[in-house]
Design a protein around this ligand. Structure first.
Ligand code: ADE
Length: 226
């Protein structure tokens, strides 16, 4: 898979791209991630990319020209162009799964007051990572790149992907490691028992309990698995 990210602040991605699983996925050729500064596509002699909103109002608006030129330069027949925006559809694990099957994603990061409305005509999707407003689309682009990359076959083991949060609409089960007792807090006996069927049952029931406790919206408020 290839992911192209268009941003005014490419330096924000340096640590993200050079650390941990994302770095390994790039080194192994599972994903080719490129970050572009769309200021490079400005035709303005001062490389300007924004201007005041028509009709007045606060802040600056990203202009069409550099963004259209950047997308037209980078996109192919296989590209899905995604605009980061707090007014987009909310990004969920299911969307991450769908996007991980695409050949090419182009993630467009806004800044300032937002985009000229006409930019919406050149994008395929508008995506928000949650109901809050960030200073720009860079953190959302990292979140989407991260969630999608780890789902690309070969990036992490199939076992790690099995039964994680949001599979079956449930949160993950609790994990413990050594020591078996820490400051009086004991690891549940069943996990030390070696009895795999009981361990599976315990984990499933913990998933259901936790999901109902903190995310009843995922279970529709109904008791699940009972
Ligand atoms: N840009 C600013 N806030 C955002 C959000 N919550 N999701 C996506 N892009 C954004």
């Amino acid at each position: 898979m290839r992911i192209d990210i268009l941003s005014l602040f490419p330096e924000m991605f340096t640590g993200f791209l050079e650390t941990s699983i994302i770095k390994r996925a790039r080194d192994n050729g599972n994903v080719d991630i490129r970050v572009h500064n769309f200021r490079d596509y400005s035709l303005d002699k001062h490389k300007r990319v924004d201007d005041y909103p028509y009709g007045g109002g606060a802040g600056m608006v990203l202009q069409c020209e550099p963004i259209f030129r950047a997308i037209e330069d980078i996109r192919t027949e296989d590209s899905v162009v995604i605009m980061m925006s707090p007014s987009g559809s909310v990004f969920k694990q299911e969307m991450a799964r769908d996007l991980s099957k695409k050949k090419h994603l182009i993630l467009l990061c806004g800044h300032y007051e937002g985009f000229d409305e006409r930019i919406r005509t050149i994008v395929d999707m508008e995506v928000s990572i949650g109901d809050y407003v960030l200073t720009g689309g860079e953190v959302p682009a990292m979140a989407i790149t991260d969630a999608v990359t780890r789902l690309i076959p070969g990036v992490i083991t199939k076992e790690s992907l099995d039964s994680e949060s949001f599979d079956d609409g449930l949160l993950d089960y609790p994990n413990y490691t050594k020591p078996a007792v820490f400051r009086g807090m004991k690891v549940p006996d069943v996990l030390l028992s070696g009895h795999h069927k009981n361990i599976d049952e315990y984990r499933k029931s913990e998933q259901i309990r936790k999901t109902e406790e903190v995310r009843s919206d995922l279970t529709g408020g109904d008791k699940v698995g009972k």
